[in-house]
Design a binder for this molecule. Structure first.
Ligand SMILES: Nc1ncnc2c1ncn2[C@@H]1O[C@H](COP(=O)(O)OP(=O)(O)O)[C@@H](O)[C@H]1O
Ligand SMILES: [Mg+2]
Length: 496
């Protein structure tokens, strides 16, 4: 449209004879067209003074027709752009330049507007004049600028990402960010146009990875996986790769892949898992050594001391009947000795049972726990409501020991800390889970005690549960009581 206009004006100018009247007729028509129909800013300047401005120009400069009359058009131009604009305009007027030029205009209210302009020499009222056509391209400019900014932002984001990012088209790299150098040792520019195969260990694996990626991306947009990759220096690394196809369909097989080197992370995870495993085994080993030692001592005390004491008991019985004429002093002495031996036998029995309840080995977990409940009630006079509902065959020996020891610790804690008047014990099998719940109605354990790493009794409970892949849940409510809940999966066996 603008071109046509300029041609029309130029043609009108050429056709116009130096005859004033003819020129004025064209001029009138021109005025009308300019003023009414154009979406362009139009001006005519004679001797660097504006003689005509159309409505559109008035609109975007913010000046009225009368304000602009006799103004130097250059006054409207941003001071920094003036020299260049003069040069461009002069070149155009001399026919040395054909494309429009751009400059910034300062509007009356101080706004900067981008203008695209052409100028052409005309005759106006018999004088050499300049006809200017301009378009306000501010909005287009700012859109373009924000697009450029966006591109710059995109580039800097991509370069700030620690993962290598590459764009692929038919498995050829057409884009790579700077992090590819850190991850793979290749410079981005070395990669453009190359096959992505050079990130992998061999052709075969590259083929597998490629077909895996493309077939998955056919039906989903993004996808994460881990693969072995190879660096430029030949070192192999494990990468977590995320890929996304570009666009809705997998046309031209265009995708973006990010590679994150997780070799160290994976190694650290493995080391951590290994050392956890070692610790677990060690704790298991220590416990079993301790249990064995206790069992041995318990048996020795029970058998050796028990037998000797029984022999003594029998000898004393024999003595008391074998010396019928013994005086009352001797009889009393023998009786005292009998009493001491009896209570010693009882102590030995108690000590050996505490070391290792032979019941646990001989009669099983439930019998041992029932015995422990009886002992507890007798000793503390605190009523204990207990229920055991469990097939003993599912509890292997080491697990039975663990549960029994945990149970003993919870009861000991109740005696020592709880000030309880009632205790409830449940040992049940629920689905594939073994549950031990011991609760009391005492003062309630505090959070601090629960989390305190120096609560060795509680730490011991957790340690005993750990090897079985179980959990311990301890809760306390002030003056309502304490609850210890142990959950152990059955049949999954020991975690290895
Ligand atoms: N049943 C309970 N009621 C109230 N407080 C308890 C109970 N069990 C444990 N606690 C508190 O938790 C702390 C830690 O228990 P534990 O690790 O067994 O250590 P210890 O029994 O040797 O003090 C105890 O000192 C006690 O303050
Ligand atoms: Mg304790």
């Amino acid at each position: 449209m603008k071109k046509k206009l300029i041609q029309a004006i130029a043609a009108a100018n050429k056709d116009a004879s130096p005859n004033r009247t003819a020129l004025d007729t064209t001029e009138d028509e021109l005025y009308k067209t300019l003023a009414n129909n154009l979406q362009l800013g139009v001006y005519i300047a004679v001797d660097k003074r504006l003689q005509f401005t159309n409505f559109h120009l008035q609109e975007y400069t913010g000046y009225s027709r009368t304000e602009m009359m006799d103004m130097d058009p250059l006054d409207l131009v941003h001071p920094e752009d003036r020299d260049r604009t003069v040069t461009d305009a002069v070149h155009m007027l001399k026919g040395l330049r054909f494309s429009p030029y751009e400059y910034r205009l300062i509007s009356k209210d101080g706004q900067v507007r981008w203008i695209l302009e052409t100028v052409v020499p005309i005759m106006f009222k018999g004088k050499k004049a300049v006809l200017g056509n301009s378009i306000d391209i501010t909005e287009y400019k700012s859109a373009k600028m924000s697009l450029q900014e966006f591109d710059a932002l995109k580039a800097s984001i991509l370069d700030a990402i620690p993962q290598a990012v590459v764009g692929l088209e038919n498995r050829r790299i057409n884009f790579a960010n700077t992090a590819v150098e850190e991850v793979f040792g290749w410079k981005p520019e070395e990669l453009i146009g190359k096959s992505v195969t050079l990130f992998y260990r061999n052709e075969k694996e590259a083929e597998q990875i490629g077909s895996h990626f493309y077939s998955t991306l056919e039906h989903q947009r993004t996808f994460v996986s881990e693969f072995n990759c190879r660096r430029k220096d030949g070192r192999d690394i494990l990468c977590r790769m995320r890929s996304a196809r570009i666009g809705e369909a997998l046309k031209q097989r265009r995708i973006v892949i990010t590679y994150e080197d997780i070799t160290d992370q994976r190694m650290a995870e493995q080391e951590l898992a290994n050392s956890r495993e070692k610790l677990r085994n060690l704790s298991l080993h220590l416990q079993s050594v301790r249990e064995k030692e206790s069992t041995r001592i318990a048996r020795e005390i029970h058998d050796e001391l028990g037998q000797s004491l029984t022999a003594l008991q029998m000898d004393l019985a024999w003595l008391s009947v074998s010396i019928p004429q013994a005086g009352p002093a001797l009889t009393a002495k023998i009786q005292r000795m009998k009493n001491v031996v009896d209570s010693t036998i009882e102590s030995v029995h108690r000590i050996s049972t505490e070391l290792r309840p032979i019941l646990l080995d001989d009669l099983g977990l439930i019998a041992a726990m029932e015995w422990q409940v009886g002992e507890f009630q007798e000793r503390t006079h605190i009523p204990c409501d207990s229920r055991f509902d469990l097939k003993e065959s599912i509890v292997e020996k080491d697990l039975a020991t663990a549960i029994f020891r945990i149970f003993q610790e919870t009861l000991t804690n109740i005696v020592r800390h709880a000030h309880a008047t009632h205790v409830r014990v449940r040992l049940l099998q629920k689905g594939n889970e073994l549950r031990l719940d011991v609760s009391d109605n005492g003062i309630g354990i505090t959070e601090k005690d629960i989390d305190n790493p120096a609560s060795f009794g509680l730490v011991g409970i957790r340690e005993r549960v750990n090897p079985w892949g179980g959990t311990v849940d301890i809760t306390g409510k002030p003056y309502k009581g304490t609850k210890v809940g142990v959950r152990i999966p059955i049949r999954s066996g020991r975690k290895t």
